[in-house]
Ligand binder design. Structure first.
Ligand code: GUN
Length: 288
């Protein structure tokens, strides 16, 4: 019987810990505070940012979504970030991606200060991840961190495993490849120009799809041994506008050892990781 790797039980357990940590921080004068910058009204981004705020408040932290007009001037956008960087009440700041084309030239990873960059996009945070050093004092990107937490909480070993990641984005594919490598997995990072993608996918232990193509992954990507773990990072709309992953769940679910659902798999784990990072940032303000 295929194991469905739902985030729900993990979320229940971690939420309890996050709530207690929040109480402790508040008792010691620190109210964890996240600011989310949202430019325009991309429907997916609106849903994600609202989910982040809701979960933030559930654990007892504070969250403001700063909604900016689609056509906001770069100067105004940068001034807002600078004010957040200088505001000692704020512990974490994220810029919801994607940004509209007129802001796409900005070097997004360098805008939020490294101490508040709980998305883990800043060069200092990425360097810590790449070098596998001092990670307690840096932030690991949320989706990769959430995927590893999910696998670990379900008791899967990562060391020694062959991992295939499809998708080389800065948010998921590249940092996830680093994180799995740090954990002693052997990683193949694939993309649109990869030759033999099917063969590489079939021969791995853990297959991660983060490409954003609805139902791309079907039985042709899988080993016939039914021994693989499939992680679906996709949050796509199908032709009827319904949320669906990169993996054709119905076709694949009986052909693998374990699989994450969409929704209810990687998505909630990303938000949990964001809150873990927020509390990590907030703890730095405790005067011990
Ligand atoms: N858009 C999609 N995923 C993410 C994420 O993890 N962080 C930010 N800032 N934007 C996103």
């Amino acid at each position: 019987m295929t194991q469905i790797l739902s985030a729900a039980p993990v979320r229940k357990k971690i939420t309890k810990d996050l709530k207690s940590e929040c109480v402790y921080l508040k008792e010691n004068g620190v109210v964890p505070y996240l600011k989310v910058l949202l430019v325009g009204n991309n429907p997916s981004s609106v849903i994600y940012t609202n989910s982040k705020k809701k979960y933030c408040e559930k654990i007892g932290a504070k969250c403001d979504i700063i909604s900016l007009n689609e056509n906001v001037h770069a100067k105004q956008f940068l001034d807002i970030i600078e004010n957040i960087n200088n505001d000692s009440d704020v512990h974490g700041c994220i810029i919801q991606l994607p940004l509209p084309p007129h802001l796409a030239h900005l070097d997004i990873g360098k805008l939020v200060s490294s101490q508040k960059d709980i998305d883990g996009f800043h060069p200092e945070n990425l360097y810590a991840l790449m070098s596998n050093r001092d990670l307690e004092n840096h932030f690991i990107s949320c989706t990769p961190k959430g995927i590893v937490s999910l696998l670990t909480e379900y008791g899967f070993q990562i060391a020694g495993k062959k991992v295939t990641i499809i998708g080389r984005s800065m948010i998921v594919g590249k940092p996830l490849a680093c994180l799995f490598t740090n954990l002693d997995a052997t990683v193949t990072l694939c993309h649109s120009k990869t030759h033999d993608l099917h063969e590489i996918s079939k021969s791995c232990d853990i297959l991660v799809s983060a490409v954003g193509i609805p139902n791309l992954i079907d039985e042709s990507f899988l080993s016939d041994k039914k021994n693989q773990i499939v992680i679906d990072v996709g949050m796509n709309s199908d032709s009827s506008g319904n949320l669906c992953g990169d993996v054709d769940f119905e076709k694949v679910k009986d052909l693998v050892y374990a699989i994450t659902p969409v929704p209810g798999g990687v998505g909630p784990m990303t938000i949990i990781s964001l809150m873990q990072n927020l509390l990590q940032a907030s703890k730095k303000r405790l005067s011990l």
